[in-house]
Design a protein around this ligand. Structure first.
Ligand code: ANZ
Ligand code: ZN
Length: 822
């Protein structure tokens, strides 16, 4: 039949929907495969990045289904979040209506792409049922001390009018709208992720091999564990009296105690409490300029942390501390590169051995005291810092020791004299989850005048959003809602006020993969059951963008460990294998609406069909690399599918693979079989651990060409049986069409790789004259040297006429070279 993508694709999509072809079974004795792609935000339409993501996961899912495994390949929508509210402001739409309309449209797109998602487990995180279970978990976490409310300096985006997590601040600006953020002191809820810092770090080891190295490193750096020495620096008499004895000392953290004799100044973060105290009490011994500078520096941080790293700016405070080992006075500065939220917000500065300290010292003419020499050679301390480990000098009793040994000894000295201790610091901060927005899951707490902060009762869940709300873009719509926040205290029953903060949407994506383990049996009743989790988790293959390499994956790992500790599950890493797909580019740039270089998936499906889109995407590049859109290659993919469809007319209809007597076949027939079986071997590697769909497709194309060069209908039929099975995960519609017409459905579970087809009984040798390749001969594998050479002479006769052969060179299985004269 003529290839008609529209007809074939609609037909099979409806068939799959009607027959619920892709529902996993609850038979937990079967071998399982959990294939998951990161779920989309319902922005309105799918983009090519989505199509790539789901084409990859669908290929895995369909392959394992063919092998007879119980496959879970679910999809949902990460449907809370600001864009729904922004659309509401812009188009005067209701965020819920906007969201669910988009979801409907995108589900249609999923169908038209032929993705084999389970339909019964579809979810949107804004569904009230999902909110109900999530709020239950939040309450459990609160009861177990993993959630707390605290005042803190928060990043505030004046444009979006919301608090941002540190990670959502990029170079001092809001990650979404690029507006410079400002600091605001506010109450908010935090998850105690720092409690799990060590475990989050240590168990990365378990993921080695299954996750890309790059992602493991990003996670490790984000957690940012460092060991060092923490100690107090005490003010001298004069400074104590300036500070009215309000502060006697401050704490510093160093990873390089071996450099301690090289300290020539100390520096506080501009937001340090001592600085605040001095500002508030007018204690800065300056003409006012110092104060201005401090405010300038603080502003610098707010607008660009990059500036803050590059340009070094500081202000002397007119205070001195006493060096704990030498007893000498050391001046105290404010420095822009010291961060308030790391360590103790103060550093001992060693310009000779630290780059930032060096730049600062040069700028402000501070002492540079070298105390460590390289193990070999010399270092010029007037031009740069020496930051490596080395050998100590000018360091009293520690002279001559190497860095490592002296670090140990110096920490020991501090600890024995009770003037400091060994400490571990983490870059990781607790996860602030409050958002002052409407379109999110309400945080299920109540503020009561007599009881304080009270949890909602579980039987009152979900605390759902009010359906009607006015969204103006100013402030928190829930806070301004006329009725919603007024309630009774769940504990004492008096009038109380509901918490109006909603949760960071990263909370929803931290456990959705667990929710997918629930089935129709218990979907409404509970989030998931222990048995379901035990069977389906961990996710065998997780696929998504590298942009989620840090936060989403870290939070999902954190939730998994928390759920383990709460007794819901009994493992601690959710994703066994992770594939981060590359970006989709056009004209060398990432496809984006603002650049105007997007390709609309719907248009491609209209013109060529979903199979073509999927084939192109998986053929054009290995999934982990960038993919450049190419219209000609799309056309090429279409032609291949059309040819594949047309040639299927050579198949002899059958219910079993024809039995073929391999030794009786002609050379071309044997070659075709060999190519087909090579593709089969490759399919197993690619779908299991190599991911290079492009090589599998290339191999299948070769096999098609080889089939084309022979006429044996049994070889055709067998070849198509195998090729339509291994290509089904990639171009499912046409493959279901071909196999339903000709044989029972694709099924690789009984497909054996036949060794006989790889046995070579003849080989091709090149024949060269004076090193120049002239022709080829075909000989039996075990042919004798004499016969081969005489055959070569015969075949190369016309180049040998009138010439004398002076040497015959024979390289077994490779070539014959005849050296001639005349
Ligand atoms: C003295 C020193 C000498 C340092 C030297 C380094 C080299 P990591 O590895 O990232 O943990 N530091 C400490 N707290 C800081 C803060 N709040 N803001 C900016 N810098 C801070 O870095 C630890 C090192 O960073 C510490 O060790 C401290 O400088 C600095 F030759 O102390 B070091
Ligand atoms: Zn109360």
């Amino acid at each position: 039949m003529e290839y008609n993508s529209q007809l074939i694709e609609k037909k099979w999509q409806n068939y799959w929907a009607e027959h619920k072809s892709f529902e996993p079974s609850e038979d937990f004795t079967k071998e399982k495969k959990y294939i998951l792609s990161m779920f989309p935000f319902p922005s309105g339409r799918l983009h090519m990045g989505h199509v790539r993501n789901y084409s990859i996961s669908d290929a895995f899912a369909r392959f394992h289904r063919q092998l007879g495994k119980n496959v879970l390949h679910p999809i949902g929508f990460d449907s809370f979040g600001m864009p729904a509210e922004n659309a509401a402001i812009k188009n005067n739409a209701n965020p819920k209506t906007w969201t669910y309309d988009n979801i409907d449209y995108m589900k249609g797109e999923f169908k038209s792409l032929g993705f084999s998602f389970s339909k019964t487990r579809e979810l949107a995180t804004s569904d009230e049922l999902y909110t109900k279970f999530e709020q239950g978990f939040i309450i459990d976490m609160f009861e177990n001390g993993l959630l707390y409310r605290e005042k803190g300096l928060l990043n505030w985006c004046p444009h979006d009018k919301t608090v941002l997590a540190n990670e959502q601040v990029v170079d001092g600006c809001c990650w979404r709208c690029d507006t410079p953020i400002v600091k605001k002191d506010m109450n908010q809820y935090y998850f105690k992720i720092t409690k799990y810092a060590d475990e989050l770090l240590d168990s990365l080891k378990k993921l080695d091999g299954g996750w890309p190295k790059q992602v493991l490193t990003m996670q490790e750096n984000w957690i940012g564990k460092s060991n060092g020495l923490e100690f107090d620096l005490f003010f001298d008499e004069n400074s104590l009296s300036i500070l009215d004895n309000e502060f006697k000392s401050f704490d510093v953290f160093t990873t390089r105690p071996d450099t301690i004799y090289g300290v020539s100044y100390t520096a506080l973060a501009p937001e340090h409490p001592i600085v605040n105290y001095m500002i508030d009490n007018n204690l800065l011994n300056h003409d006012g300029k110092g104060l201005d500078r401090i405010f300038q520096i603080r502003k610098m941080k707010d607008t660009s942390s990059i500036d803050r790293q590059k340009v070094k700016v500081g202000v002397p405070l007119g205070l001195d501390v006493i060096h704990p080992l030498t007893g000498k006075k050391v001046p105290v500065w404010i420095a822009n590169f010291v961060l308030m939220d790391y360590g103790s917000g103060a550093v001992m500065a060693v310009p000779a051995h630290d780059d930032r300290d060096f730049d600062f010292a040069k700028k402000y003419n501070l002492e540079i005291n070298a105390v460590i020499n390289p193990k070999e050679g010399e270092h010029d301390f007037t031009t740069s810092a020496f930051t490596d480990a080395g050998v100590l000098f000018n360091s009293a009793e520690f002279d001559g020791l190497n860095s490592k040994k002296s670090q140990y000894n110096i920490i020991k000295y501090f600890e024995e004299n009770k003037i400091g201790q060994k400490t571990t610091n983490y870059k990781l901060k607790d996860w602030g989850v409050s958002r002052q927005r409407y379109w999110g899951a309400p945080i299920p707490f109540v503020h009561c005048d007599s009881c304080g902060l009270v949890m909602e009762k579980k039987e009152n869940l979900p605390i759902a959003l009010p359906a009607h709300v006015e969204i103006t873009g100013e402030g928190n719509p829930l806070d301004k809602h006329p009725t919603w926040k007024y309630c009774k205290c769940p504990k004492c029953g008096i009038d109380a006020i509901r918490e109006t903060d909603t949760m960071d949407t990263f909370v929803e994506s931290s456990w959705y993969f667990l929710r997918f383990c629930a089935s129709e049996v218990n979907w409404e009743k509970e989030a998931f059951s222990k048995e379901q989790i035990k069977y389906w988790m961990g996710v065998d293959q997780y696929i998504g963008g590298i942009e989620h390499a840090i936060l989403h994956l870290l939070y999902a790992r954190f939730f998994t460990k928390v759920f383990r500790d709460l007794g819901y599950i009994d493992f601690d890493e959710p994703f066994d294998n992770l594939l981060t797909q590359g970006m989709v580019l056009k004209d060398g740039a990432k496809m984006s609406k603002s650049k105007g270089n997007t390709v609309d998936p719907d248009a491609i499906i209209q013109k060529y069909g979903a199979d073509t889109a999927r084939l192109f995407i998986l053929f054009a590049a290995p999934p982990t690399q960038e993919l450049e859109w190419n219209d000609n290659a799309v056309e090429g993919a279409y032609k291949f599918i059309k040819r594949f469809n047309d040639r299927s007319s050579n198949i002899v209809k059958t219910d079993t693979i024809p039995l073929i007597e391999h030794t009786t076949l002609s050379k071309d027939e044997k070659y075709a079989r060999k190519k087909v079986y090579e593709a089969l071997v490759r399919a197993n590697e690619v779908y299991n651990e190599k991911y290079t769909f492009n090589t599998l497709i290339a191999g299948s194309m070769e096999a098609m060409n080889a089939l084309n060069s022979q006429n044996n209908s049994d070889v055709w039929s067998e070849g198509f049986w195998i090729l339509s099975s291994i290509l089904e995960p990639i171009i499912p519609h046409v493959c279901w069409e071909i196999s339903s017409e000709n044989f029972s459905l694709n099924n690789l579970s009984s497909q054996k790789v036949l060794d006989e087809v790889f046995v070579e009984d003849s080989i091709t040798l090149g024949v060269s004259i004076n090193g120049k390749r002239r022709c080829e001969i075909e000989v039996a594998v075990d042919e004798s040297k004499e016969n081969i050479i005489s055959l070569a002479k015969e075949k190369a006769g016309k180049w040998l006429e009138g010439k004398e052969i002076i040497k015959e060179i024979f390289v077994p299985k490779k070539l014959v070279n005849l050296v001639v004269k005349g």
